[in-house]
Design a protein around this ligand. Structure first.
Ligand SMILES: Cc1ncc(COP(=O)(O)O)c(C=O)c1O
Length: 460
């Protein structure tokens, strides 16, 4: 990029940042206080964005409100859990109703009721174990798989995220590097990384390597950019894993209660041996679940004798009453939504949003690519012609960062600035979609995103 273009890009960037600062003085001030207590003023790396993150006071339905009293249509949903929106009435009532029981009670009856509901809803669920997060759910599923098979290695796909455990913080992009420092080589020695969607690569690995306990995948390939999920591929993976005596684990932390009532496994009619759920499962509370075939889940059974394989799993907050009450209410709401064709409604709403966005970007000569799956979309602002997982991971994210930051000034939290992840909840309405589209038009009229995208840094 020549100097003149660099200066022009900088100028647009500064105008967008100045507008953000003008509208969010209390967040700016609070950040100064917060970063003296919380590392970088946030509770997770992904929550930070420049010049400083927003601080939110609360939300209602599809709206979230910051401490400057700005209202935003929320398509971030705290990275997915709030599929029923902010402060869903029935969830709050359910928590209140169980408050007198106490927050932690050994063996609450509620846990059985929630497990029974999951068994009704999820095709692969015959037995259930609760934990407190998606990370823990995946870690436990993996231990079950290793315990049940007596094998050690796990196939993980490039571009798939499975939470915080060291063994899976590797290969989130197209290369097999760990994410950040602090992950010893020994922790990832049993993680076999393969390209997603390539059935021959999987077949070859399963034929060559006999110490594989499980194939683990996120059916949406959400972290990698929603480039996943073809029904035929998933059913081929199922056939191959059965043929080679390897367990199949669907990590449905993202797809669960979003793609269909029974998750991706219902939508694609492919039944894994084990599945993990969190996020939308508990609609904003903290709960994770591992569900699966009785024969496999029984490795968790503390009554097992010495001759049977048995694994250990326990957690102080495995059965938080509030979380279970919220989950039961959420599951009942998902069942009701499904009965009223709500999963299709929200997918269609998302499709309308994608169609509208494409039209607006096209009309403003802004090159873009949008992936959509159910009520999720991911936006890539780039002038690269044929985009795929590999090429999309090399895009300069600056234009997307500026677009998402600029949309905040229009009252739209489209994604956390710089992130591609966008969710539409059951609370979003056609009006919300119209507002998002109008805001996009306003932003593209105000700032020259055609210039920004066409002059973005080319990453080799
Ligand atoms: C597919 C997938 N699995 C697991 C996790 C980890 O869940 P948690 O953040 O609840 O630990 C995530 C989180 O984003 C996820 O997207």
């Amino acid at each position: 990029m020549n100097q003149e273009n660099k200066n022009e890009s900088k100028l647009i960037r500064q105008r967008i940042i100045d507008e953000y600062i003008r509208l969010t003085p209390k967040s700016q001030k609070f950040f100064e206080r917060s970063e003296k207590a919380l590392v970088a003023g946030v509770t997770g790396n992904l929550r930070f964005f420049k010049p400083y993150p927003l601080y939110f006071a609360g939300g209602q339905g599809s709206l979230i409100i910051d401490i400057d009293d700005n209202e935003y249509i929320d398509c971030f949903l705290c990275n997915g859990p709030l599929q029923l929106g902010h402060r869903p009435k029935k969830i709050l009532e359910a928590i209140q109703q169980h408050d007198s029981t106490g927050a932690l009670v050994v063996n609450p009856m509620l846990a059985t009721e929630v497990a029974e509901r999951l068994i009704e809803i999820i095709p692969s669920a015959e037995r259930v174990r609760f934990v407190s997060s998606g990370t823990e759910a995946v870690m436990t599923a993996i231990r079950c798989a290793r315990g049940a098979t007596g094998k050690s290695k796990i196939v993980k796909f490039l571009g798939h995220y499975h939470g915080q455990s060291d063994q899976f913080l590797v290969g989130l992009g197209p290369s097999s590097t760990p994410v950040g420092d602090g992950i010893p080589q020994s922790s990832i020695a049993n993680t076999l990384l393969l390209p997603y969607g390539n059935i021959d690569a999987l077949e070859h690995t399963l034929e060559q390597e006999k110490d594989i306990a499980a194939v683990l995948l996120d059916p949406a390939m959400h972290a990698g950019g929603l480039w996943g999920s073809q029904k035929e591929y998933l059913s081929d993976v199922r056939k191959l894993t059965i043929k080679h005596g390897v367990l199949l684990i669907f990590d449905e932390v993202i797809t669960g209660f979003r793609l269909a009532l029974g998750g991706a496994q219902e939508l694609y009619n492919v039944t894994p041996d084990l599945s993990t759920f969190a996020k939308a499962l508990c609609a904003g509370e903290k709960l994770g679940a591992i569900v699966g075939r009785k024969e496999v889940m029984d490795v968790l059974d503390p009554r097992r004798g010495r001759k049977q394989s048995a694994i250990f799993q326990s957690g102080t907050t495995n059965d938080g009453t509030d979380a279970l009450a919220a989950t039961l209410a959420a599951l009942d709401q998902y069942i009701g939504i499904n009965n009223e064709d709500g999963f299709n409604r929200v997918t269609n709403l998302t499709k309308d949003l994608v169609t509208g966005l494409r039209k607006i970007f096209y009309a403003h000569d802004v090159p873009c690519h949008i992936n959509q799956l159910g009520p999720m979309l991911q936006l890539f602002l780039t002038d690269q012609g044929r985009l795929n997982f590999e090429t999309s991971s090399k895009i300069d994210l600056q234009p997307l960062y500026l677009f998402t930051l600029a949309l905040l000034s229009e009252g739209v939290l489209f994604a956390l600035p710089g992130s591609t992840h966008v969710y539409i909840s059951f609370c979003h309405s056609e009006d919300d979609v119209r507002k998002i589209l109008q805001s996009t038009k306003n932003i593209l009229n105000r700032y020259d995103f055609s210039f920004l995208v066409n002059n973005a840094r080319k990453v080799p």
